[in-house]
Ligand binder design. Structure first.
Ligand code: ARG
Length: 493
């Protein structure tokens, strides 16, 4: 048997069905490059610690560079995973007497955990950048629409007038929290399990700190058993992604509703629309529907991760192999949904007239009218609520006389006697005035929303520099690794 893994303890070879069942090769394409980095850092450290000779170290590193160049396609896909297939290719290239030394003091258990963390941290960094672009797009659209009236809804019923900007800033704040959650997850993902070996570490005098720093991790995982067993960093990342998808699905749902003839608040750019194979007139918001639908995929990945990890005994169990593809599915889906949502929002046409027209439908100014009765006539809010509630049975445009008549029947007194005037009523029923009045922190008054947008744009600048420094610290570390490898091999990376 030429299989470098099974030729010792095992005597029979798995059939195709068994290979397909146990192999992780198809998901391992995500960690091919990370695995080479891990192999490089481990090999350099093995030599620095006097565990392998310099000539073996140089040949192994040269072999790894060749494998990197050849790409994953050159590997033997009948092996059960990328790690063993890569090691077998290395042995093909440099011979077993050299290549067979690379795995000293290491297990695939700490190796795979390290690879997943390396790839995931890159994905998290890209996701953060994409979320920032989405947030900036929402704020940009908001700043163009601080005076754009629209009806605000509760229970999807017309409730109070607001502005499109106020609505968009709400979504942008949710995305801001999503970014914070991903930054939090990153800090726990970027920790190094390497050196833990199977679970009980190793008797070789490894320098864990050296591989940690060459691979750009912020810290070590302190307990070797925990380091190989835990996938809580996947659960946490997928959970943050599920939250992102829930937030995106809410925007998507609104875009779908707003694109209907009943609402006609927005029209998606043709690029983001589809048509019907039978109804020639159709323009459908399919991309928004798919964002909504893909939220289910990511939630499903999170559920799979949770169920896979539940009640697993320490330390490594092969079940964990099933966890990883769920992470890749979640991150790939979430990243594309963020980009598509950004594109839809950046390019959609906003039907400001239709929005403004509908902003007063359903007597949305009723709360302001009740508040006006409280402020001008000094009656309790609960009484004003009753008076305006009775008036709401009408057409939603009550006159001073009508208000007085209802007040008379409820209070035994007219409100104009208490200082209410026709102008005050008119102002209360004006949606623009409704919004201007709501100028306290977080309200829809145009000046307040403009202030809120500025604050958030500053916030984004700070987040951007945080992300830049996270990126830089990974890059700097890997550049050191590459120059060390260049030193041994004389080959530029
Ligand atoms: N393909 C495996 C995974 O993804 C790698 C670790 C295998 N370890 C083992 N003891 N069989 O988890």
């Amino acid at each position: 048997m030429s299989d470098i893994l099974r030729r010792g303890r095992l005597t029979s070879t798995p059939d195709e069905d068994m290979i397909n069942f146990t192999s992780s090769m198809s998901a391992d394409k995500w960690i091919f490059e990370a695995d080479i980095l891990v192999d490089m850092a481990h090999t350099v450290m093995l030599h620095e610690q006097g565990i392998i000779k310099e000539k073996d170290c140089s040949s192994i590193l040269g072999g790894l560079l060749k494998i990197k160049e050849e790409g994953i396609g050159k590997l033997d896909h009948s092996y059960e995973d990328i790690h063993i297939s890569l090691e077998s290719r290395l042995i093909d290239i440099v011979g077993e007497d050299t290549g067979g030394r690379m795995h000293s003091g290491r297990s695939r258990n700490d190796e795979v955990a390290t690879c997943i963390r390396i790839r995931l941290r890159d994905e998290l960094l890209s996701l953060m950048e994409e979320l920032i672009v989405l947030r900036m797009t929402l704020l940009e659209k908001a700043s163009e629409n601080t005076e754009t009236l629209m009806p605000g809804f509760t229970h999807l019923q017309h409730a109070q007038p607001t502005t499109f900007a106020h609505h968009l800033v709400a979504h942008s704040d949710a995305i801001g929290r999503d970014i914070e959650r991903i930054i939090g997850a990153f800090s726990r993902v970027n920790k190094c399990p390497l050196g833990s070996a199977a679970f009980a570490s190793t008797g070789f005098d490894l320098d864990r700190e050296r591989t940690r720093s060459l691979l750009g991790f912020d810290d070590l995982l302190g307990n070797s058993m925990d380091a190989v067993s835990t996938r809580d960093f996947l659960i946490e990342s997928a959970s943050a992604m599920a939250n992102i998808m829930v937030n995106l699905s809410k925007m998507a749902e609104e875009i779908i509703i707003w694109s209907s003839s009943e609402f006609s608040f927005v029209e998606l750019d043709d690029m983001y629309a589809s048509t019907s194979s039978i109804m020639p007139q159709k323009k459908n918001p399919d991309s928004a529907e798919l964002v909504r639908g893909k939220a289910g995929t990511v939630i499903g990945s999170l559920m799979a991760l949770l169920s896979l990890c539940k009640a697993l005994p320490l330390s490594y169990n092969r079940d964990l192999q099933e966890a990883t593809p769920n992470m890749w599915r979640a991150v790939e889906t979430t990243r594309s949904a963020v980009r598509i949502t950004k594109g839809m929002i950046a390019t959609m046409k906003i039907n400001t007239e239709s929005m403004a027209e509908k902003s007063v439908l359903g007597f949305t100014t009723a709360t302001e009218l009740a508040d006006t009765l409280v402020r001008t006539a000094g009656i309790p809010f609960r009484t004003a609520h009753q008076i305006v509630g009775v008036l709401a049975r009408g057409n939603g445009r009550p006159t001073l006389d009508e208000i007085d008549a209802v007040a008379q029947s409820i209070l035994g007194e007219s409100l104009s006697e208490r200082g209410l005037t026709g102008d005050m009523v008119k102002e209360a029923l004006d949606p623009v005035m409704n919004i201007r009045r709501r100028a306290i922190t977080g309200g829809p008054a145009p000046d307040e929303v403009r202030r809120a947008i500025k604050v958030r744009q500053e916030e984004i600048k700070n987040t951007q520099s945080t992300i830049e420094s996270l990126n830089r610290s990974v890059e700097d570390a890997l550049n050191i690794l590459f120059s060390v490898v260049e030193g041994y091999t004389g080959k530029e990376i």
